[in-house]
Design a protein around this ligand. Structure first.
Ligand code: BES
Ligand code: MN
Ligand code: ZN
Length: 499
C-alpha cells in the first residue's frame, strides 16, 4: 500500500473517501476544521437524523456524499468513549476504514486524524500506518482473481496536524507492517511451496533488500556444527533442512546483539508419531515462528533501528520415511546433551535446541524464541494470548509490555525444577516430552536446557499465530503474530528503555 501524509483541511481534500474516527461526545464536529467540513457539506453531518444515527459509539457509522469540490464521500466511524481511545483503537479503526473502502469498491482513501488528542504522535502515526497497511494485505498468490472480491486498497493518505512526529511514526509503522505482511505471506504458502529451501531463498531476498548479513547452513554444515537434534528431525524427509542466520548491524560495533529465534517447521505430520489427519493441513503453519523472525528482521532493517539484532531460523519438515527417527531413539545435540525421543511429534524443541545453542555462541544480551510449540498452549490460553516463559523477570516484563503495545498480548506461565523433572530419562540426559500435565511448561523447560545463562524468554504462539481473528486489520488464516510483538520489543531495546 502507498501511504502518504497531508496536513490539508478536510473540506478541500480531493479523495473518493474521507474517513473520520469520532469518539462519543467529543464534540469535534461543532468546532474547527470538522465544523467547516460540516458546513461545506450543508450540515449533513450534524442535522437531525445524522445526530440520532451517529453518536460515536464503537459500531456507529454514517456515510455522507460530498459536493462538487472536496471529498466525494465522508464516512464517520465511531470509536467509543474518548478515554478508551488509544493506539490499539486507532489501529483498529484504520483497519475498519480499509474494510469500508473495500465494501464501496474504492481503492484509495484518506484517514483524518488531525482532531485526535494523541498523547504520542509517533505511536499513533505508527498504529494508523500499521492498521492501514495490514488491512490492505491479502494472500492471492495461488488463486485466480474472483470477480466478487473487493478490490485491494492501494493507497491511503493520513491527514495529520503536523508531519514531523506523525511522519516518523508512519515510517516505523510502514516498516513493521511490511515485516508482518511478509510473515503472513510465508505462513499462507503451503508446505509444498514454503519448504526450508524456500525460506532460505526468502531470507536471501530480504537480506539483499534491506542490507542484512546472511549465513545459511545446509545438512553438511549442520553435520560440522554437530546439530544432531535438528538433523534427527529432517532425516524423515526428502527436503533438506536449512538454518538461516541474519544480522542487522544497526548498533555500535561490539554491542552484544539481541537474538530472535523462530521455529521454521514447514510441515509437521508428526513423524512416526503421526498426527491424526483431521486438520493436519494447518500444520503448514508450524513455521509461523520462523516467518515472524524473518518478518521482524525485514522490519528492523527497513526501519533502520539503531541496535544489533540477529535472527535465527532453523527449518525442516517433520515427515516419515525409512530413515525417520523412531520413538525410543537416543540422539545427540550441538550442546552435547543426549535426548531420548519419546515422541517424534515433539520435534520443534529439537530443532530449536540446536538453534538456541548456536545463539548462545554469539554472547547475546538476550535471546527470545517463538514457536508454535505445543497444543497444550491452546488449551491453557486459547487464542487470545501468547504464552511467555523464561529465566529473566525484566525481560519477561519487557515482552508483556511490547505485546500489549502491538495488540499481540502475552501471558506468563511458570518454569521450575519440579516441571524439569518430568523430562528425566532412564536412557539419556533428558527426554523430549514430559507428559500431558503442564505440556507448554515442560516444552519450555526443554528449551531452557540449551540457553546456558543468557537471559532468555520463549513465546509459545500455537494459539495466536494463525486461525480466526476479531481484528479489523487482519483476515482469518495467517495472523503474523508475533512479528510486531518482537519488533516492539526490539524498538524498545533500541530506545534504551521500555518506551
Ligand atoms: N507443532 C506442534 C504443536 C501445535 C499443535 C501447534 C497444535 C499448533 C496447534 C508440535 O510440534 C507438537 O506436535 N507438539 C506436541 C507435543 C507433544 C507430543 C508432547 C503436541 O502439542 O501435541
Ligand atoms: Mn509436532
Ligand atoms: Zn511442530
Amino acid at each position: 500500500m502507498d501511504l502518504d501524509l497531508s496536513t490539508e483541511s478536510p473540506s478541500s481534500l480531493e479523495t473518493p473517501l474521507l474517513v473520520i474516527p469520532i469518539a462519543e461526545g467529543s464534540g469535534v464536529l461543532d468546532r474547527g476544521p470538522l465544523q467547516a467540513l460540516d458546513q461545506h457539506l450543508g450540515g449533513g453531518l450534524t442535522r437531525g437524523p445524522a445526530v440520532d444515527d451517529f453518536k460515536g459509539r464503537a459500531k456507529d457509522r454514517i456515510l455522507v456524499y460530498g459536493q462538487e469540490q472536496g471529498p466525494d464521500r465522508v464516512l464517520l466511524l465511531g470509536v467509543g468513549k474518548e478515554e478508551d481511545l488509544d493506539a490499539q483503537a486507532l489501529r483498529d479503526v484504520s483497519g475498519r476504514a480499509v474494510r469500508e473502502a473495500e465494501g464501496l469498491k474504492i481503492t484509495r482513501l484518506a484517514l483524518y486524524v488531525s482532531h485526535l488528542a494523541a498523547p504520542s504522535a509517533r505511536d499513533w502515526g505508527q498504529a494508523a500506518a500499521e492498521g492501514l497497511a495490514l488491512a490492505a494485505w491479502r494472500f492471492q498468490e495461488l488463486q485466480a482473481p474472483d470477480e466478487d472480491d473487493a478490490p485491494l486498497v492501494e493507497a491511503a493518505t493520513l491527514v495529520v496536524p503536523e508531519s514531523g512526529e506523525w511522519g516518523e511514526g508512519v515510517r516505523i509503522g510502514e516498516a513493521f507492517a511490511e515485516g508482518e505482511n511478509l510473515a503472513r505471506a510465508l505462513q499462507a504458502r503451503p508446505g509444498n511451496v514454503a519448504t526450508p529451501t524456500h525460506l532460505a531463498e526468502e531470507a536471501a531476498r530480504i537480506a539483499k533488500e534491506v542490507g542484512l548479513d546472511l549465513t545459511v547452513l545446509g545438512p553438511r554444515e549442520m553435520e560440522e556444527e554437530g546439530m544432531k537434534a535438528l538433523l534427527s528431525v529432517s532425516r524423515g524427509s526428502d527436503q533438506e533442512p536449512r538454518l538461516m542466520i541474519l544480522h542487522h548491524r544497526g548498533g555500535p560495533k561490539g554491542q552484544a546483539p539481541i537474538v530472535l529465534v523462530g521455529k521454521g517447521l514447514t510441515f509437521d505430520a508428526g513423524g512416526i508419531s503421526l498426527k491424526p489427519s483431521k486438520g493436519m493441513e494447518d500444520m503448514k503453519y508450524d513455521m509461523s515462528g520462523g516467518a515472524a523472525v524473518l518478518g521482524a528482521m525485514l522490519g528492523v532493517g527497513r526501519a533502520g533501528l539503531p541496535i544489533n539484532v540477529t535472527g535465527i531460523v532453523p527449518s525442516s519438515e517433520n515427515l516419515i520415511n525409512g530413515s525417520a527417527t523412531k520413538p525410543g531413539d537416543v540422539i545427540g545435540s550441538r550442546a552435547g546433551k543426549t535426548i531420548e525421543v519419546i515422541n517424534t511429534d515433539a520435534e520443534g524443541r529439537l530443532i530449536l535446541a540446536d538453534a538456541l545453542d548456536y545463539a548462545t555462541d554469539l554472547t547475546p544480551a538476550a535471546i527470545v524464541d517463538c514457536a508454535t510449540l505445543t497444543g497444550a498452549c491452546v488449551i491453557a490460553l486459547g487464542h487470545h494470548n501468547t504464552a511467555v516463559m523464561g529465566t529473566d523477570d525484566g525481560l519477561i516484563q519487557e515482552l508483556e509490555e511490547a505485546g500489549a503495545r502491538a495488540g499481540q498480548p502475552c501471558w506468563r506461565l511458570p518454569l521450575g525444577k519440579a516441571y524439569r523433572k518430568q523430562l528425566d530419562s532412564d536412557f539419556a540426559d533428558l527426554k523430549n516430552v514430559g507428559g500431558a500435565p503442564g505440556g507448554s511448561i515442560t516444552a519450555a523447560c526443554f528449551l531452557q536446557e540449551f540457553v546456558g545463562d543468557v537471559p532468555w524468554a520463549h513465546l509459545d504462539i500455537a494459539g495466536t499465530a494463525y486461525g480466526e481473528t476479531t481484528r479489523s486489520y487482519l483476515r482469518k488464516g495467517p495472523l503474523g503474530t508475533p512479528t510486531r510483538h518482537l519488533l516492539e520489543w526490539v524498538k524498545a531495546r533500541a530506545a534504551g528503555g521500555s518506551a
